[in-house]
Design a binder for this molecule. Sequence first.
Ligand SMILES: Cc1cc2nc3c(=O)[nH]c(=O)nc-3n(C[C@H](O)[C@H](O)[C@H](O)COP(=O)(O)OP(=O)(O)OC[C@H]3O[C@@H](n4cnc5c(N)ncnc54)[C@H](O)[C@@H]3O)c2cc1C
Length: 544
Amino acid sequence: MAASPFDTHDVDNQPPEFAARDLWADDAALREGVEREGAAVFADRLRAYGQLAGGELLRLSFDAHRDRPRLRTHDRFGHRLDLVEFHPNYHAVMAAAIEHGVAGLSWQGVQSGSHVARAVLSYLHGQVEPGSSCPLTMTHAAVPVLRREAALKEWADKACAPHYDPRDVPIASKHGVTLGMGMTEKQGGSDVRANTTRAVPLPGTDEYTLVGHKWFFSAPMSDGFLVLAQAPGGLTCFLMPRWRPDGARNAFRLMRLKDKLGDWSNASSEIEFDGAWAHRLGDEGRGIATIIEMVMLTRLDCMLGSSALMRMALAQALHHARHRRAFGKRLDEHALMQNVLADLAIEAEAALALSLRVARAVDRAPTDTGEAAFARIATAIGKFWICKRTPAFVNEAQECLGGAGYVEESLLPRLYRQAPLNSIWEGSGNIQCLDVLRACSREPETRTALMDELEAASGMHAALDAQIASLRHALSDLGDAEAGARFLVERVALALQASVLLRAGSPVADAFCRSRLAGNHGLVFGTLPGDAGFSALMARALPD
Ligand SMILES: Cc1cc2nc3c(=O)[nH]c(=O)nc-3n(C[C@H](O)[C@H](O)[C@H](O)COP(=O)(O)OP(=O)(O)OC[C@H]3O[C@@H](n4cnc5c(N)ncnc54)[C@H](O)[C@@H]3O)c2cc1C
């Protein structure tokens, strides 16, 4: 019993601080996934980042989040600045992430498994400072689009370089740059064809001037942005830098920062373009086709980011339940609490397993058409399902801490505020489901890749076999499927997660199939069958 400096009471029955955890060593499912999905060669780098993230970066993250970014439109003399000021911890976190490859590892040389390894870095980072994951993922995802333009090689090279430089100076003076993305306008975000921002060509060049706005524009202090605007030939993608090539400030203005539910360490702005200089990327009229390569990667990071929030929330819940007593025993010794914790552990592992499987498909896509097709469809499926599960998951983990989980110091409120975001941006839930239908109808190779992936686990669990048979039928005729798309994609997602877990030989696979596929589960977490093996599931999720 700890002695208290006050004489009114003893402070008792409180858990020890959750601090300086090794996020790599703690996470058996992660280490197995890295091995399984072909990134074992990166294990030392990943271990190092897991230790750093769970220790120093977690410590830095509190002020980076609490002291929210501030917009500075002008200096004191009235000159426009259009800058965002951050707490120094934000920059420290960004520097560590970029130096360790969270934004660039996939593109630093050609090495099998590098996408999986970068995905793991993103997952580790997202557990401790998810706000900064936004500029990191956009920087990472912009690289393949920039690489398509020989004239923009310097941008591509500096976006994947392990150097963070937050100075507001032209990129010629920098060794590393960050990128943002501007698609959403006031009159429409999901339907980007409704964009009204105009792009006027400068004769005889690939250069344009932009006039218009963006309604959501995150990380506006980035060095450059991939934006969509209407050129004479239709919706087109552009690189719009902060500084023009002639050394002048580019003609855009930050109007205000969004006052957001969560994601506080990340700045999200409204912006206006007043003749802003931009370089065309891809052909006029091919804007969506050009930027989709970036969006596919940011959607994968939504899956990873939500898996990360689940993981950190689960770790907090387990830690608390192991050290808090109620009604004569530890919380994690009560059967009903065990059911909740074990159920959360299954969900978190399934989310991570599917995310890493998709990362491997991205890795192999350049040389394997089946994997490319699988990545195409599984990204939409996973983005919908994993991100949709996260708010309820984090709330359940929060409840495991009782009242403490509603108090800011516990970390859970921060995770809870962050939890809905991944399902909203980068294409909301309905948009993902419609995308799955579109892929199945217009790109039949994606449906083939999906069924191949499911059938790779045929015969391993009766519940999955039954689901595969049902889905084969459902996916063969999608003529009238729109209204039922959510239910269909949910079932596909569960079957996919089951297929990955079963082939991985995961100890959670049987309980996952019995609860999520065979119907032995309610609508809330904590409704596993009583013989699911709670203790083993909890022990696997976090070492005691
Ligand atoms: C914090 C934050 C940061 C952001 N940062 C950026 C950024 O940096 N760059 C950027 O470009 N955007 C950014 N966004 C915008 C985000 O991507 C959009 O908000 C999102 O894509 C949805 O677009 P919308 O807000 O226009 O909603 P709408 O398109 O109006 O959609 C509203 C709802 O209708 C649903 N819906 C739309 N069409 C259909 C349909 N055909 N059938 C059924 N349902 C449909 C959607 O799923 C959604 O649930 C950010 C958003 C947030 C919250």
